[in-house]
Design a protein around this ligand. Structure first.
Ligand code: NAG
Ligand code: NAG
Ligand code: NAG
Length: 427
């Protein structure tokens, strides 16, 4: 994947600019023409009045990050707007959620405004069968004004309004927009570098070094750097180059990327890490007072200070005296030697990259949707799933249904009840 390269490129660009901007996008309506690209109606029962069930997903990117690759949303991930109800039109109201999209949504971008890109892919959601209706990208530059009606190949129309505000850091009064192309935008949250100030669980765009990245905020001040809640994300069989960059979907399951994690954990703000794993609704929580990941030259070495010496990242393995703490990051085809023989490292086989030291843990392992005991999370890797590795193991032999690594500023952390937060996460 070219993601790491793109972020590096953007960083170089951004080092020469002074202004940041905030984009507010308010969706108005999406009208489809009732047909799939081959001309068939969305529904074979159109004569009985059954229309489309349009399910759009949307990606908003600053123009200098955008590519014409419709399958990639460079700054993070596509947002799934959910399914429209038996209609060829979706009307978007203000102050309402549509799937993972809050209308209107605000994005903070870094650098001078040159325009932004809107990518939209629309399926017809016929039960579990998704057929694409249309995909289209619109590049909107400074000269565009609001409201905007855009027309795609198959789409009748897509209407939205947008406005931008230039932000001059750090002293600009946030309530005075420099440019306003539509009304109603009066308040402005500060630029974010983490989720400390976010009080509702949500996906937010934050700034990590020179990059803008979508992350999941737990609503208690925590910024998730890794999150597995479903089978989203091609974690399996990924290589180091993939793990350097963002994997997955910030609204669901994702890995923030080694370079982002390195920048995040080695900046001037001190973070404590909470690792939560869920077996059914039962959480297991570990709190690490420090959690840092080195740069590429160290092979992204993991260094943690555990609140208890019984925690997984500082435990030695059955077959090795090493721990994940102090280990470099490895994937199945890129074994960064730490004196550990890959042959005895069950957790490294099959899927997912990790700091394999003890060879007992792999939170990026294969997501098993079948065969894991819902109460104990135990599974029989040898007889059933050997080829796919040990699952989301912590330790090996257990494959969890959910896991999250969240970072909290140390001051925030004192005020949260991590057991209550873990219970919320596990449901
Ligand atoms: C939009 O802009 C990006 C970045 O400049 C470019 O790669 C892409 O081809 C453009 N797409 C369209 C449809 O204009
Ligand atoms: C879909 O719209 C119809 C007609 O307005 C309504 O009767 C039905 O309850 C709606 N279904 C859902 C799932 O919202
Ligand atoms: C193992 O992985 C393969 C693809 O690599 C997949 O088709 C299969 O469903 C997986 N098995 C389980 C039990 O998850």
């Amino acid at each position: 994947m070219g993601l790491a390269f793109k972020i590096v490129t953007a960083f170089i660009l951004l080092s020469f600019v002074s202004a940041d901007f905030r984009l507010t996008i308010s969706l108005t309506s999406l009208t489809v023409n009732g047909k799939l690209p081959n001309g068939d109606p969305c529904s074979p029962f159109v004569n009985l009045g059954v229309l489309c069930f349009p399910r759009p997903k949307i990606c908003i990117e600053p123009l200098e990050y955008a590519t014409d690759d419709m399958d990639q949303c460079v700054i993070g991930s596509y947002i799934d707007l959910g399914v429209g109800n038996n209609s060829n039109e979706i009307t978007f109201n203000a102050d309402a959620y549509y799937g993972g999209w809050y209308n209107p949504s605000t994005y903070n971008f870094f650098g001078d405004f040159t325009g932004f890109s809107v990518k939209m892919i629309i399926w017809n959601a016929d039960g579990t069968n998704y057929q694409e209706i249309d995909r289209h990208q619109w590049n909107l530059t400074n000269s565009d004004s609001s409201p905007v009606t855009e027309t795609g190949d198959q789409i009748t129309s897509f209407k939205f309004e947008w406005s931008k505000q230039v932000i001059t850091q750090p002293t600009a009064p946030p309530t005075i927009p420099t440019t306003t192309a539509s009304g109603g935008i009066t308040t402005a949250p500060p630029l974010l570098t983490d989720c400390k100030s976010i009080t509702a669980a949500s996906t937010q765009l934050i700034k990590i070094g020179g990059a803008s990245v979508s992350v999941y905020c737990d609503g208690k001040g925590g910024t998730a750097i890794q999150r597995r809640i479903d089978a989203t994300g091609a974690f399996d069989s990924m290589e180091i180059s993939n793990y350097k960059a963002f994997i997955g979907d910030a609204t669901k399951s994702y890995w923030l990327g080694l370079d982002n994690i390195h920048t995040f954990t080695t900046g001037s703000t001190a973070y404590t890490a909470v690792i939560t794993t869920c077996c059914g609704t039962t959480p297991l929580v570990e709190n690490y007072e420090t959690f840092t990941v080195g740069d590429a030259t160290s092979n992204y070495l993991l260094t943690v200070t555990p609140a208890s010496n019984t925690y997984q990242l500082v435990k030695t393995g059955i077959n090795t005296a090493k721990t994940d703490n102090g280990s470099p990051f490895s994937t199945y085809n890129n074994w960064n030697l730490n004196g550990v023989d890959v042959g005895i490292c069950a957790s490294a086989k099959g899927a997912g990259g990790w700091w394999f030291g003890s060879c007992e843990n792999n939170l990026n392992g294969h997501y098993y949707t079948v065969g894991v005991d819902a109460n104990t999370c135990a599974f029989d890797a040898a007889s059933h799933f050997g080829d796919n590795g040990t699952g989301i193991s912590y330790p090996v032999g257990i494959s969890f249904q959910k896991t999250q690594i969240a970072l909290y500023q140390k001051t925030t952390f004192r005020n949260i009840d991590i057991n209550a937060a873990a219970q919320d996460f596990c449901g």
